[in-house]
Design a protein around this ligand. Structure first.
Ligand code: KG4
Ligand code: ZN
Length: 335
């Protein structure tokens, strides 16, 4: 079965072709990062317009790359939510229209299920069951995964998501959106021992997270070190290092706790923040002590992409699931 995957939930147009027999055939991504850069975040109206501009040319691009024609597509998977409603509607409308014209099924995929399953596109995919840490711009969740569609929420953020905290802290340090990779880069030249940021909610039992305190800590530390209204570059780097280390430690402590609690030996990390090198290193060290394993996707499949939607959709379709012809665009949708 050849599935065309369409991802348009936020500021990335991601298109891919996944074959249930041969795996990923081709994929293409267009990022709107530069479009939104001047605004310090994603502008929903501009995002929808840009998806409209790019979606059909990208579908042609993946077909050409895979040397296929539209008539070779057997089904369509599009991101149905959560995300920006206007952006989602572009993918849903194009996906459903194409399915209607080609006379093939379409399925609306949960964006976070796409992220969750993305590490399965790699050469050594994790076997079920496993514990998954979903860390993106909108979510920070620990999930017990027994199989496709069999998900149990173990922990969630009570306020900001980890990626959102990275983005907000970056803004305070004068860095552009998306802040995660920029903080990570700046932290490389920082002294991690100069400031000690808290590790929120690690001193009490449970698997929930809170990241809004770290944002406040970043703001206060930045304010305290202003000289004539400016913070020097070394101090900024030291703050970035302290912030990143606090997020990484917190996530690592909770992942260890989740592995012990579920008595599982496989950890999967997914979503934009799972591209963070420092987080990967800390988790590798932790799992080796726990005699467990950690799995993640290649960096380009950690952030939003069409391959993860094509893959997740293919699993759903093979299980016999597909939508009726109504459009699904659900901005808020629990996994
Ligand atoms: O999964 P994603 O592309 O979109 C959502 O579903 O939200 O995640 C985007 C988030 C942003 O907050 C971005 O700052 C963060 O992932 N991110 C990172 C890194 N790369 C992306 N955070 C930390 N380190 C990175 N290397
Ligand atoms: Zn995402």
């Amino acid at each position: 079965m050849i599935v065309l995957g369409i991802e348009t939930s936020c500021d990335e147009t991601g298109i891919a072709l996944f074959d249930s027999e041969q795996g990923l055939l081709s994929h293409a991504l267009y990022s709107q990062v530069e479009l939104h850069a001047d605004y310090g975040g994603v502008v929903p109206e501009l995002a929808s317009r840009d998806h409209i501009r790019k979606i059909l040319p990208l579908i042609d691009e993946v077909l050409i790359a895979a040397k296929l024609d539209k008539s070779d597509i057997n089904a369509i998977a599009y991101t149905a939510g959560p995300g920006l409603v206007g952006a989602l509607m572009v993918g849903a409308a194009v996906g459903q229209s194409l399915a209607l014209v080609l006379g093939i099924p379409a399925v609306g995929v949960h964006h976070m299920e796409g992220h969750l399953l993305a590490p399965m596109l790699e050469a050594s995919p994790p076997a079920f069951p496993f514990v998954a840490l979903l860390v993106s711009g909108g979510h920070t969740q620990l999930v017990k995964v027994e199989g496709i569609g069999r998900y149990e929420l173990l922990g969630d953020s009570v306020d900001d998501a980890a990626g959102e905290a990275f983005d907000k802290a970056a803004k305070m340090l004068g860095l552009d959106y998306p802040g995660g990779p920029r903080i990570a880069k700046l932290a490389e030249s920082g002294d991690v021992s100069r400031f000690r940021f808290p590790r929120p909610m690690t001193d009490r039992p449970g698997l929930d997270f809170s990241f809004s305190g770290l944002k406040t800590f970043t703001l206060n530390t930045t304010q305290q070190h202003k000289v004539n209204g400016v913070v020097d570059e070394q101090t900024k780097a030291d703050i970035a290092a302290a912030f990143q280390s606090a997020v990484v430690d917190t996530l690592t402590i909770k992942c260890r706790r989740a592995l012990r609690q579920t008595e599982m030996k496989r950890l999967v990390i997914a979503g934009g923040v799972s591209a963070n090198t420092s987080l990967r290193e800390a988790l590798e060290t932790m799992v080796s002590k726990e005699k467990a394993e950690v799995f993640y996707a290649r960096p380009e499949f950690c952030t939003d992409n069409g391959a993860m939607i094509a893959f997740a959709g293919c699993q759903r379709l093979m299980a016999g699931q597909h939508d009726d012809r109504s459009l699904k665009a659900t901005p808020r949708w629990p996994l």
